[in-house]
Design a protein around this ligand. Structure first.
Ligand SMILES: *Cc1c(COP(=O)(O)O)cnc(C)c1O
Length: 628
């Protein structure tokens, strides 16, 4: 069982090793690397959390998912290093901007300790975060981004208290600040230079690579930096070369070309006298959101092991050819480290259907347009489907026009609409039985009037990249996966914004404009959006003042249960109001004085006063999402 669900949603393609379908039709999470741990049902987790008073929508983090990706990156590098007789080590860093949440950083640092995994900061606040973590002097802290004096001074001084902090010079101007601060503090910093690669990689983030990318030094500028450092007697502090390859690079060949170019700069700068010992290749390691294993914006044509092996092999070869010792390798893999670590769980509140199984009684006495419409339902085979669909739309629109011109009343209009909805149901039935290759026009049209499932979450808060850049995340129902889904839907969020919808889904044979779903019953219907750990959690905004969701971190147990490691309550309404500068106490006072005035006028009784003020007060302390 669960086989159908794999064939429909492609779960076995993108879900391994994290997700699996149970015989009872529940979506379940597995514990990677622990095949003897029974998978844990997500609907069961939701019920359990709701019993504890934690309501949907919930952002669920699974600690073993994060640990699995960290382990995978570090052990794949270790293996590639051993296989290629490479003599440097791997010293990865996590770019804080990809997920700054305290719980996530804390997990990465503590689990990453065994690998001397470090952190990358692109701003002063991120450096402040890094310096609060128990990192050893074996782990790197890499400072990228535009840096002022304060940033540079703090980074430099942190070396005195046992942090291995490297300041990466991103622009010629930054060098002045660095030289100044080093002289003032009378200490040797550890410096890096960021080289702008000319190779432009493919994919959705191509802009962050190549000549026109925002950061980094050109070959000409880096020589100035080297000469200047030599003149200031600081060249011996230049230990790292950084070249950010890009983000979510779909094609391994792009990685190979960019690494070769980075190696060329590395060997040349070494010959110039810089004692470089770290080669930092930035971000770019992609995550296969759709599981298609091919070159596309949401997939990649390589595994983590392929990526690591390509880097180690090319670097080793280039260094051997130049007669230079192998540098330690650094990557700043953000997405690949955290994408898998969390998922958004939410419930469907209601559905708007654009067809109906109810067949209205139509008789001779009805308007002739209505009887003509009803007659279209007599087709029995599907070769005229597209044609009949067009006729139906025409007749329905004529009825609407008559209504506007006061020639029919609301009851006739409503009957016409009901006949039309029943026709659509009939056409859908016919199409489902037809050869999938036939009737593609009709299929597309019927898809475009798919159901709308209204869901309890905000796209703008929880899945901002889906809205902004059409990022794809696998989304599936969390229950009834052993039943064939009988409906197709697009998803609409709880905001009053027509942009708050999802109409692109990962399915077994690729990407579909609708999601196969089940007809709603009286039972709750849950959906999950997976692999949302990278970039989504803090890019979100307060559209319609929907705030942060509840966040729960769990760990599965060997017995098939789970342990709640950490919980952060989502924003209440008072909190989101303070973000936009309201004072909830003042607001409550204003409301109360309005209630007092009504009492004075005798419009309400004292006990009504109590109820009204309590309603306001309870709301202001409530979750911003739909509660039940
Ligand atoms: C954003 C960023 C990263 C992370 O890139 P991923 O593709 O998420 O791995 C790494 N380094 C720098 C400098 C960045 O700006």
């Amino acid at each position: 069982m669960g086989k159908d669900a794999n064939a429909i949603y492609g779960i076995n393609r993108w879900g391994d090793p994290y997700f699996t379908v149970l015989d009872n039709g529940d979506m379940a999470i597995a514990t990677p690397g622990k095949p003897d741990y029974p998978p844990v049902s997500l609907p069961a987790i939701i019920t359990n959390l709701e019993d504890r008073g934690i309501q949907l929508p919930i952002l669920l983090r699974v600690s073993s998912f994060l640990e699995n990706s960290l382990q995978q990156i570090n052990e794949s590098f270790a293996k590639a290093i051993a296989d290629n007789d490479y003599s440097g080590a791997y010293r990865g860093v996590f770019p804080i901007k990809v997920n700054q949440q305290e719980q996530v950083i804390e997990r990465i640092v503590s689990f990453g300790q065994q690998y001397h995994f470090g952190l990358e900061c692109g701003s002063k606040p991120e450096l402040i975060i890094a310096l609060s973590q128990p990192l050893s002097d074996q782990s790197l802290i890499i400072c990228n981004g535009i840096k002022d004096r304060e940033f540079v001074a703090l980074a430099m001084q942190s070396r005195k208290i046992g942090f291995n902090t490297v300041i990466v010079i991103e622009s010629p101007n930054e060098l002045d600040i660095v030289v100044d601060v080093a002289r003032e503090l009378d200490m040797d910093p550890a410096l890096g230079v960021r080289m702008k690669l000319t190779h432009r990689v493919g994919g959705a983030w191509a802009e962050s690579s190549g000549d026109r990318s925002a950061f980094g030094l050109t070959s000409d500028q880096v020589l100035d930096v080297v000469d200047r450092l030599r003149a200031e007697n600081l060249l011996h502090t230049l230990v790292l070369q950084h070249s950010h390859l890009g983000s979510q690079i779909p094609d391994l060949n792009d990685v190979r070309r960019a690494v070769s170019e980075a190696c060329r700069y590395f060997t040349e700068l070494t010959k110039e006298g810089a004692p470089l010992c770290y080669l930092d290749l930035g971000g770019g390691l992609g995550f296969d959101y759709t599981g298609q294993k091919r070159i596309s914006d949401h997939s990649v044509n390589y595994t983590v092991a392929d990526y690591c092996n390509a880097i180690v092999e090319i670097t080793g070869y280039a260094m051997n050819a130049a007669g230079i010792p192998h540098p330690h390798l650094v990557t700043e893999s953000g997405r690949a480290t955290v994408a898998s670590s969390s998922m958004l769980l939410f419930n469907v509140l209601e559905a708007t259907l654009y067809d109906s199984a109810d067949r209205p009684e139509v008789s001779e006495d009805d308007h002739h347009l209505i009887t003509e419409l009803a007659a279209l339902g007599n087709i029995t085979h599907n070769d005229r489907l597209s044609h009949s669909l067009h006729d139906a739309v025409y007749l329905r629109d004529e009825l609407r026009a008559l209504f506007r011109r006061e020639q029919i009343g609301i009851r006739e209009l409503a009957k016409g609409e009901r006949v039309y909805l029943n026709l659509i149901a009939k056409f859908r039935d016919l199409m489902d039985k037809a050869d999938p290759d036939l009737q593609s026009d009709a299929r597309e049209e019927l898809n475009s009037i798919a159901d709308i499932y209204h869901c309890n979450f905000s796209l703008f808060q929880s899945l901002p990249d889906v809205w902004a850049i059409d990022q794809m995340h696998p989304i599936t129902p969390l229950q009834r996966l052993n039943e064939t889904p009988d409906r197709h839907a697009i998803l609409s969020d709880i905001t009053c914004d027509s942009d708050g919808k999802i109409d692109q889904f990962v399915v077994a044979d690729g990407v579909s404009p609708t999601l196969p779903v089940h007809k709603l019953t009286d039972d709750p219907y849950y959906l999950g959006a997976f692999y949302v750990g990278a970039y989504q959690e803090t890019l979100g905004d307060l559209h319609n003042l929907f705030g942060d969701t509840n966040v729960v971190t769990i760990e599965c147990t060997p017995e098939g249960g789970f342990e709640l490691l950490h919980e952060v309550e989502g924003d209440d309404i008072a909190e989101v109001l303070t973000y936009v500068e309201y004072d909830p106490n003042d607001m409550f006072a204003a409301f109360k004085s309005r209630v007092e005035a009504a009492i004075k006028r005798g419009d309400i009784t004292p006990s009504e006063r109590k109820a009204i003020t309590a309603a306001y007060k309870d709301s202001i302390r409530g979750y911003t999402y739909f509660e039940h």
